[in-house]
Design a protein around this ligand. Sequence first.
Ligand SMILES: Cc1cc2nc3c(=O)[nH]c(=O)nc-3n(C[C@H](O)[C@H](O)[C@H](O)COP(=O)(O)OP(=O)(O)OC[C@H]3O[C@@H](n4cnc5c(N)ncnc54)[C@H](O)[C@@H]3O)c2cc1C
Length: 341
Amino acid sequence: MPSIEIIGSGIVGLSCAAFFAEKNCDVTVISSSNGPDENCCSWWAGGMLAPWCEMESAEPLIGELGLESMKFWKQFTSSYQQQGTLVVATSRDLPDLKRFGRRTNNWQQVKQDQIATLEPDLADRFTTGLYYPDEAHFDPRQVLPELVTHLKNKGVKFCTQTSFSKQELEAPSKADHRIDCRGLAAQDHLDELRGVKGEMLLIKSNEVKLSRPVRLLHPRIPLYIVPRDNGLFMVGATMLENENRSGATVRSVLELLSAAYALHPAFGEAEIIEIGVDARPAFPDNLPRIIHRGKTTYLNGMYRHGYLAAPAMAKQLVEQVLRLNTTSEQSNEPAHFTGNM
Ligand SMILES: Cc1cc2nc3c(=O)[nH]c(=O)nc-3n(C[C@H](O)[C@H](O)[C@H](O)COP(=O)(O)OP(=O)(O)OC[C@H]3O[C@@H](n4cnc5c(N)ncnc54)[C@H](O)[C@@H]3O)c2cc1C
């Protein structure tokens, strides 16, 4: 089996490491961050695994990748929770709820009494909603270290706080094959890659209890809230065509907080724990791509679907890379193939 050097320890790099390790390859993960941490886009994610809700705006391919990835997450992580997703709208925005339902499937319409069973704290506020029972969620900040421990137990080596320079990236790899999973940093090699800014909040409230991600539809500020342990809630997320990761704007924070307040006024008393910002790596069609260039393969463009799509894409990448390596070994020539998935 070939030796594999993976650059990047975000969700894409770690997913690739998991599938290469499964094939008994000699895998080393090299990362400029200290393992998965706040320097990766993956740190800031909501952790929603919502293939049906995402169909409101995404291509069917994302739904297919999502279903495949959910099998991986379900057997892998202890924090995986399949509680479904609840989508609600205020009475003024009910046409939005109808539109959302028309564009998605695998939902059940729920009335006030069913909302009271699913999310008692929201029953007085919403008379109708859509419930997606097969969707799941987890806390990325629990899952990423869990994945690293699992990989180390499988013999994967980690070189953290090691930033690959442009020259190192252009020099041949010492391993048989290099997998570039640098997220947005790979813009220097992937011309079409762009960043889509996402701002999020972490708030703490002991007055509101939610069991599952809740999406509040709104014509201008669609919001989701993902419950985490110890009264924490992830409130997200803006989607701005902007790569500036230096800070969240006042306007974005105001809009996210107003939407949380509209979902439940008790969020007005919540404590703001964190304001986070990053830029999602995306290609123009917002679909992920596997790109082969000689002995380097890129997996990038996860956009807002890193957790939803990375395991399924990583599985495909590993099959393609192992095939390419077998072919080039047989013909004794470097493999050259560039393309989308
Ligand atoms: C606010 C927000 C909410 C989101 N919510 C969700 C969600 O609920 N569900 C979902 O599926 N997705 C979600 N996403 C999207 C998801 O976070 C991204 O798609 C995903 O994190 C991209 O992962 P990545 O591994 O490509 O990049 P990253 O996580 O950024 O990882 C890149 C890695 O490359 C390393 N690196 C970079 N340059 C170098 C170098 N020169 N040398 C060595 N290492 C290098 C970095 O240190 C890092 O380890 C969200 C994103 C945001 C911003």
